[in-house]
Design a protein around this ligand. Structure first.
Ligand code: PLP
Length: 423
């Protein structure tokens, strides 16, 4: 019996997060036994250059020595106390220092939890109920946000999920990414009722889709004029596009920011932060309840601190950008050489090749991609030792541990695979 068959006997679908099951690309998922730097190894010992990077957190690669040695030190002193520790202050200070709009931050255990809490806070702060999200953006699996979501929800063609009461879903209004008019229309129809607009400033869960022109600036000003909070979900873009995330990159001042992935350095952490006046509405200072047995866990804090310190070193993002651009350019050249006109979106160290000709600037564009072609591409890359996300609608991530050699090898294999498919 394969490990997958065995897993399926005890775990629904054999996995603890749906997209891992290879549902949209077919076949059986690879079971991983270890990772080091840019590489992961399956249980049979096969090596892969990894561009999933645990879906984004591992911006410094797998089992980074500094993180591992810090974790070993911290674990000797215990794994959880349910009482404040100095590590929580240290990570909070780094977040406040790095992310321009964050004056105070609360740690939680996942991105889902961060977003769910941010929405509650925004509703309490504005005393309004409705929220606006964008079709194809994914913000975790809490009830209010599992409406026209991307990522696994998109891969599995479940724009929303049974079990989400209609009454909740009705409070979530859907706008089109990169279409400010669709936002303005919702504000017109729901005057003084919208607590928050939540957005992935660069969408990463319908594949990578970049904000066009002044879209984010306009969104910021619409929200300000309407007394609505702007929530930047920077769970992917935070510490990835720049030290200060997408808000620094694009010069936007959101009211609340949600963080996850990189902030935990590969351990389970999420966070939400923003202006002091808003954040002080949270319990125990204010009336908005939110808590967590393991929140601020010392191991998770230590991994986050070490990661953020590495990101703060001179030239970190310059080097990562150089490496990423080399890869993206290589991909583009490969497509050009083969006369392929597929859309390729990238920014800094995140990118997506869409099996769709022309541009991908919206959810409607993204879903025109040929997911069967992606599945073939994915399996051919995997067979040659390149690990990509098992879905068209995800990003690939470059880490600081990817070497020149990794990048060159990946470009070469990318060419071979596309040639086999289209040459
Ligand atoms: N928000 C964004 C933008 C994400 O990409 C994700 C996860 O992929 C989440 C929220 C949910 O985070 P988590 O999976 O840690 O609950």
């Amino acid at each position: 019996m394969s490990l997958f068959e065995e897993a399926k006997k005890y775990i629904p679908g054999g996995v603890n997060s749906p997209v891992r099951a290879f549902g949209s690309v077919g076949g059986e998922p690879v079971f991983i036994s270890k990772g080091k730097g840019s590489k992961i190894y399956d249980v049979k010992g096969k090596e892969y250059i990894d561009y999933v990077c645990s879906w984004g957190p591992l911006i410094v690669g797998h089992s980074n020595e500094r993180i591992v040695s810090r974790l070993k030190e911290v674990i000797e002193n215990g794994t959880s106390f349910g009482a404040p520790t100095e590590l929580e202050i240290e990570l909070a200070k780094l977040v406040v220092e790095y992310v321009p709009s964050i004056e105070m931050v609360r740690m939680v255990n996942s991105g889902t939890e961060a977003v769910m809490s941010a929405i509650r806070l925004a509703r309490a702060y504005t005393d309004r109920k409705k929220i606006v999200k964008f079709e194809g953006c994914y913000h975790g699996h809490s009830d209010s946000l599992l409406v026209k979501a991307g990522s696994g929800a998109l891969t599995f063609n479940q724009p929303s999920s049974p079990g989400v009461p209609d009454e909740f879903a009705k409070l979530t209004l859907i706008a089109d990414y990169n279409d400010i008019e669709s936002v303005k229309k919702l504000f017109k129809e729901n005057k003084d009722e919208i607590a928050a607009v939540i957005i992935e400033p660069v969408a990463g869960n319908m594949g990578v889709v970049l904000p066009k022109g002044n879209f984010l600036k306009e969104l910021e000003s619409v929200c300000k004029n309407e007394g609505t909070l702007l929530i930047f979900d920077e769970i992917i873009t935070g510490f990835r596009l720049a030290k200060g995330g997408a808000q620094e990159y694009f010069g936007i001042d959101p009211d609340i920011t949600t963080l996850g992935k990189i902030i935990g350095g590969g351990l389970p952490v999420g966070a939400y932060g923003g202006k002091k006046e808003i954040m002080e509405m949270i319990s125990p200072v204010g009336p908005v309840y939110q808590a967590g047995t393991l929140s601020g866990n010392p191991l998770a804090m230590a991994a986050g601190i070490e990661t953020l310190k590495i990101l703060g070193e001179e030239g970190f993002y310059d080097k990562l950008r150089e490496k990423s651009n080399k890869l993206w350019e290589g991909f583009r050249e490969n497509c050009n050489k083969l006369g392929l006109k597929f859309a390729f979106n990238c920014i800094e160290s995140m990118g997506s090749l869409f099996f769709k000709e022309g541009v991908v600037e919206s959810f409607a564009d993204a879903v025109e991609s040929d997911t069967k072609l992606y599945a073939t591409f994915f399996h051919k890359m995997l067979a040659k030792g390149i690990n990509l996300a098992p879905s068209q609608f995800e990003a690939m991530f470059v880490s600081s541990s990817h070497s020149e050699e990794d990048i060159d090898k990946t470009i070469k294999i990318h060419y071979e695979v596309l040639k086999e498919m289209f040459g």
